[in-house]
Design a protein around this ligand. Structure first.
Ligand SMILES: N[C@@H](CCC(=O)N[C@@H](CS)C(=O)NCC(=O)O)C(=O)O
Length: 209
């Protein structure tokens, strides 16, 4: 039994000379396996504890950039991706109001913007609107400096066809998969979701595939 890479002090893949007794070597390996298992358990616990309603990573950085009070307010949780992406793509000034729609009682500002208590919801002054597909259309009408639709009527119809595909097929199978309790159901919904995503990707211009 020899020491592994680095044992010769060069880190060149060449094993070094024996430094430990077999018992000591076993103990070191056992300790490192135990440390690895403990670290993995800590990470799993942390991931389980992470509230699903909080942005993290790059999303958190974007959320922070839009935390200042603003006239256009987006009440959202990390699932509210479409509307959030549209606001970013259009470069609109907006306030990101992170909202936990599962909190009970539901947060008052969310209920004021959407009496159904669902995110995403948009508020602009005294006016408010919800349902992501409707909010997206509103944002397009509100500001067309960076349009999300092409101007050609046929291309636009084609976009609407695939938006319908997303609303009617991708989103429902995604939620069905999230809710599926047993492995067989999860398998069925995973396959359906993948097929629906594949159809969308295959229909896309090959430059964006
Ligand atoms: N069709 C709606 C769905 C909105 C929706 O179901 N939002 C979920 C989060 S993805 C929610 O707010 N759930 C809170 C609840 O059910 O209490 C849309 O596209 O905006």
């Amino acid at each position: 039994r020899v020491n592994g890479n680095g044992g010769n002090g060069k880190g060149d893949g060449v094993a070094g000379p024996h430094r430990h007794s077999l018992e000591r070597s076993d103990e070191i390996k056992k300790n490192s396996v135990q440390r690895w298992v403990a670290q993995r358990d800590r990470e799993t616990k942390k991931a389980q504890k992470l509230p699903l309603t909080r942005a993290s990573g790059a999303a958190l950085a974007t959320a922070k950039k839009h935390s200042k009070d603003g006239d256009l307010k987006l009440y959202a949780a990390p699932f509210s991706q479409r509307v959030w992406i549209a606001l970013e793509a259009k470069g609109l000034a907006y306030q990101y109001c992170e909202t936990d729609p599962y909190r009970r009682p539901a947060p008052t500002p969310l209920l004021e913007a959407n009496p159904r208590g669902l995110v995403p919801a948009l508020r602009q002054g005294e006016w408010a609107c919800a349902e992501s597909a409707v909010v997206l259309e509103y944002l397009e009408d509100l500001d067309s400096r960076v349009p999300l639709y092409p101007s050609d009527a046929r291309l636009k119809a084609n976009c609407r066809l695939w938006i319908d595909h997303i609303n009617a097929r991708i989103v429902p199978s995604f939620f069905a998969l999230l809710q599926a309790q047993d492995l067989a159901q999860q398998g069925t919904w995973t396959e359906r979701l993948q097929n629906h995503i594949t159809s969308l990707v295959l229909a896309a211009d090959e430059r964006v595939r």
